[in-house]
Design a protein. Sequence first.
Length: 409
Amino acid sequence: MRIALISFEYPIDTNWGGIATYVQQAAYMLFNGGHEVEVFCGTQSETYTISDKGVPVHLCQYKKRMEFYNDVIEQFKIAHKKKPFDVIEVPEFATDAKRVTELFPEIAIVIKTHSPNYFNHLLNFSEWGFQKKIKYVIRALRSFQIPNLPIIYKYKKDAEYLECLKADVIVSPSKSLRKVLIEKWNLVNAEFWVVPNVFKVFQDYLSIKVESKKSINKIGFVGRLEIRKGILTLAKAIPSIVSENPNIDFVLIGQARQSPMDGVLMDEYLKNTYFKTILSSVHLMGKIERSDLPNYLSSIDICIFPSIWENFPNVCLEAMSAGKAVIASKEGGMSDMITHLENGYLINPNSPEEIVKAVEYFIENPEKIAEFGRKAREKVLKAYSPETILPQQIALYERAIEIRKNKLK
């Protein structure tokens, strides 16, 4: 099978988030599984092609990120003319293949849903202060644009939704996102699959020993410091935990984004509000290199990911593969990864009280830290390996090709 993966994000030059990691791992899996796969991604330098562990990667120079669909056309034309593709896989985010799918209607289309623009905006907008919302509206109007307000969202005008209508098969890595999009975008008649993202566990994580604990010393958070990651909920819980357990330190790793206060980044906002009296117990590490994460995880006893909602976060799988006990939000894809009180602890988002209760559970039951950690690692190795995911991925491609052929009759 000949497969094109079109994605602005890719680790070589546009390693912006989870989409990049997924596309690279999917490319390796498909190539090592005996299939022909080529990647089309973005670069700020001149257009060029390289081999990434045997996978041809076409880096296409882009002008605007949200219009990458124009920049990828020429390289795709050349590759498709040389040897036609059977199927295209592309994220719904930013409609990266919009022009390609218009120009080549004979190719089957699989749209991999990751995190729709409107949903990200809705989650972050919900916690903005009133003044910030007003300033946002004013800035948009001064630029002669209609402000993108979730309260007036109309899905039938959403470019990402319209692109999904072209797909032969839509696929989500989590049951939660599939449910959200079927409801919000009225995709009840779509061929909509759930296939988890492939996740290859690196030795740096497996080499971290799972050790029995008698007490908790460090609790870690890894992710962008932004509203939808649940950082405000965690920040509200931390003072209460520290006051009762002064021996516990919190390590917060991630780049600071905008806070509810207009013009103030989240790290400064947290320091001046919730952490003002406990700064010695909270360590804001900022953004780190991905290669340094195993070193940080090795010294952390429990990881916490209290996202308001999240699709299929790699960082949770990384913590699980490191053998860490995880406290995670039950809203979103982490509820697919974790079974409550079996290999982790699930909480309702937006509840500082539940975070406190979860930490207290591990304080009272320290033996569960190692037990959950071992089971979490086993789950990742079994459920998300290339050997497990490849047959599922190929099956959905074959289904998309079959549907496209029927459409063209």
